[in-house]
Design a protein around this ligand. Sequence first.
Ligand code: SF4
Length: 355
Amino acid sequence: MSPHSHRDVAGTPDGAPAWATATPKSRASERPPMTDVDGDASGEGPTDRILAGADREAMQAALTGWYREDHRAFPWRETTDPYEVLVSEVMSQQTQLERVVEAWEAFLDRWPTVADLADANRAEVVGFWTDHRLGYNNRARYLHEAAGQVQTEFDGEFPRDPETLEELMGVGPYTANAVASFAFNNGRAVVDTNVKRVLYRAFEGVRGADTGDSTPPYEAVASRLMPEGESRLWNNAIMELGGVVCQKTPRCDERGCPWRSRCHAYATGDFTAPDVPTQPEFEGSRRQFRGRAVRALGEHGPLALDELGPRVRVDYAPEGSSGREWLRGLLADLVDDGLVTLENDGGTLVARLQE
Ligand code: SF4
């Protein structure tokens, strides 16, 4: 788990997190391809096509506004100290965040600065790891080693960019980017399992690029979406969205997702994703829309289609693909099920709950 979101961490075959076993050489080869980040000069590269029609500024504003208004409070979100951020990132891989909070605070009480950690006895650091059940003691060893590197190779100052941060022991591409983003606001767009799920659902083109022969250009799309120079805010926001709203079972309405009116999955009811191969059971799909229609008619009594539509989905537009036609089809199912009746009231179709 990332401390900044509920991130799924891919493990290596032996069960260790990927970053813990990576060597500097192999880490370099793990870097995400950046070639497509700016799309094609003609404006018709794959990323341009995927984002064509998306109002990026509106999506950025909606997501960052939503995050600013409310998000989970974690102590490491209050700091921009790279050492404190690094400790939180390393601790939280595959460890429950609740346990990390306590361990993180205790660790920083004991070794408040990177210099203190570099001077520490390695056995004590490993002992701390074991006592706090943080798993994979190698992470403690690498963290200690990295602290020593900061002192000896970087004069006690953390590097500020992801590439140089990767030179630290045990720091893979994800962790390097997290530290660059959250400490220095100097990272790339984060792409982890949660972010992939969000992008796949929100953009029809991302889903369409998943052909079996090729995977969608997640890094490029994520980079184009990120507001310039805002990696701290943006990465926190999109990871929070994937962590608490666009989960495997999405909670679009329940948690007020700020992208509902622009999201392909929300509009179509298809909430599958790379890590959700079959339609999740729940809210979201057609069943959810049916439930909302029934609820609205129960609360408000008989409603004309254009009065009911916005109560069923935020992106209802009478003439659009999520408009009257679509609603008529949904109501036809409810009529077949004996839940709803449709009447023509002076040329206006009115729905009411079956008595
Ligand atoms: S509307 Fe739902 S599916 Fe779309 S991004 Fe938001 S939570 Fe995910």
